[in-house]
Design a protein around this ligand. Structure first.
Ligand code: AMP
Ligand code: ZN
Length: 501
């Protein structure tokens, strides 16, 4: 095996540091990513996590690791407040849409998977996502082969895992639920990094719901169809009565069944650091008596320009569909995410997305100019920096900078193109497709070559607006051109125009 990944460094949240990456088994990586709760549409905020960790999966494979990766769909038990006693997000949406809970899950699994496909997120097994997956008729094992896991398919496994935890004396039962008993796991607060007092505030509401819950940090493993949940639509039999699983046990059970007791990398959004992931650690220790996960990776959030988290509930997040309606290339959104480290908070605005699109298109256009159908060779020098950047905790901003430098370099055109396409195996920006498509669609031409009178007039007006730095007007005129079937891109020597097909 090649030695390329000997010096890989990754940032481990509990160690608060970049550390040497040493998987349990040399050359192999088991990776689990907490996936979406499937009750609403995908937006510019929550897509980030999927894109970031798609690139992590691609990177590890590129470096030669044998990667086994699983991403779940949470389709039961995730409460509106992340605490134990909120409203089940799926059931709440089912009421709103007057549909069965399982139909809501089907509908949104279809939606999220289609959205992932559009932005070039691969199946967790590394294969491309097929168009229009028939969610209602895909079996648990078919999902598993692709690396996806749907929580409601794993109820028996969850019961089995809870029974192990119970057998080891880490649980207690009330009328309402079976709880993980945190007093049996004193190291818990080391992992959560949260103070007990903070938990006490967070779960005061829960104590009202169940006066027999002993400790604020105890959490539900199995919720009974009792009290507030006596009419819960989704429910299964269990040794603790009719009910449904707690949110945290789902990921522990699915990752255990599909990846085993040794998981190298577990990922999720930074919102999972203080509760969901410490609870998973507690469950793993409770069931197996040892840690399961070696490294924890978390992506930061996308915020509005005024610093609010983008979220569906605040209606401040553009949906993927809205991005498409703005006629922004979805690969520009992908570029936008990759232009920051996954660990850096991002501030979103349409302008920032448009500037990502501009850089993306300039790279595509440059490659198109260079493309000459000759077989090129990979530039070993660029490739070395590329691999070093991947190995430095998946440093995508540095890779994009390298790509920009590459396309402007004086290497042989065919070598530049070959090397850029090689980078794209990790970046997933569809460079080859975009370059070939553009060529098929006919070249861009300099604005001076345009013959149609009214298009010419708009271009001239736009030139004037740009000289006066009137960006608003220049953007409006760009829209105007687009409506008439022309796309414009700005370069140092003026505007370039191509027909949209
Ligand atoms: P949701 O399905 O909206 O609950 O979000 C699923 C996951 O996406 C969350 O657990 C977060 O890790 C992540 N997420 C949600 N909103 C954002 C955001 N604004 N920025 C980055 N990640 C987010
Ligand atoms: Zn999870």
């Amino acid at each position: 095996m090649e030695k390329e990944f000997d010096s890989m460094k990754i940032y481990d949240t509990p160690q608060k540091n970049k550390v040497d990456f040493e998987p349990y088994n040399e050359g192999r990586v088991n990776m689990y990513s907490c996936g979406p709760t499937v009750y609403n549409t995908v937006h510019v905020g929550n897509l980030r996590s999927l894109v970031n960790f798609d690139v992590v999966g691609r990177s590890l494979r590129y470096l030669g690791y044998d990667v086994k990766r699983v991403v779940n769909f949470t389709d039961v038990g995730h409460m509106s407040s992340d605490a134990d006693f909120g409203e089940d997000k799926i059931e709440r949406q089912a009421e709103r849409e007057n549909l069965k809970a399982s139909d809501i899950a089907d509908k949104y699994i279809h939606h999220v998977v289609e959205s992932f496909r559009k932005i070039n997120v691969l199946n967790p097994d590394g294969s491309p996502i097929r168009e229009n997956i028939d969610v209602k008729n895909i079996s648990k094992s078919e999902w598993a082969e692709l690396g996806w896991a749907r929580a409601t398919d794993y109820i028996p496994e969850m019961i089995e895992l809870i029974s192990l935890i119970e057998g080891n004396g880490h649980t207690y039962e009330t009328d309402q639920a079976l709880y993980f008993d945190i007093s049996t796991f004193p190291e818990y607060f080391e992992f959560s990094g949260q103070k007990l007092e903070e938990k006490q505030v967070a779960v005061r509401e829960d104590v009202k719901e169940d006066p027999n819950k002993r400790h604020p940090a105890d959490f539900v493993l199995w919720m009974k169809r009792y009290g507030k949940y006596k009419n819960h639509m989704m429910h299964w039999n269990s040794p603790w009565g009719d009910g449904f699983p707690g949110w945290h046990i789902e990921c522990s059970a699915m990752s255990w069944k599909l990846l085993g007791e040794q998981i190298d990398i577990h990922t999720g959004g930074s919102d999972l650091i203080s509760l969901h992931h410490p609870n998973e650690i507690a469950q793993n220790m409770g069931a197996f008596g040892h840690h399961v996960v070696k490294y924890w990776l978390h992506n930061e959030f996308v915020f509005t320009s005024s610093g609010e988290k983008l979220s569906k509930s605040k209606s401040n997040a553009l949906s993927l569909k809205e991005v498409e309606e703005l006629d922004i290339n979805l690969m520009a959104l992908r570029w936008y995410y990759l232009s920051s480290s996954y660990r850096a908070p991002m501030r979103f605005s349409i302008e920032s997305l448009k500037s990502s699109e501009k850089v993306y298109l300039s790279v595509v256009n440059r490659l198109k100019q260079l493309y000459n159908q000759k077989e090129g060779e990979l530039s070993q020098e660029y490739l070395k920096h590329f691999k070093e950047s991947i190995s430095d905790n998946f440093n995508t901003p540095r890779i994009l900078a390298l790509l920009n430098k590459l396309v402007k370099s004086d290497l042989k055109p065919e070598d530049i193109v070959a090397t850029a396409f090689e980078f794209d195996r990790v970046l997933g920006l569809d460079l080859k497709k975009a370059v070939l498509q553009k060529i098929e669609n006919g070249d861009e031409v300099h604005s001076s070559e345009i013959k149609e009178e009214d298009i010419k007039r708009i271009i001239e007006e736009r030139e004037k607006a740009r000289k006066q730095k009137n960006w608003k007007e220049s953007d409006e005129l760009r829209e105007e051109l687009f409506k008439r079937g022309y796309r414009v891109s700005d370069r140092e020597d003026g505007q370039y125009i191509s027909k949209v097909h």
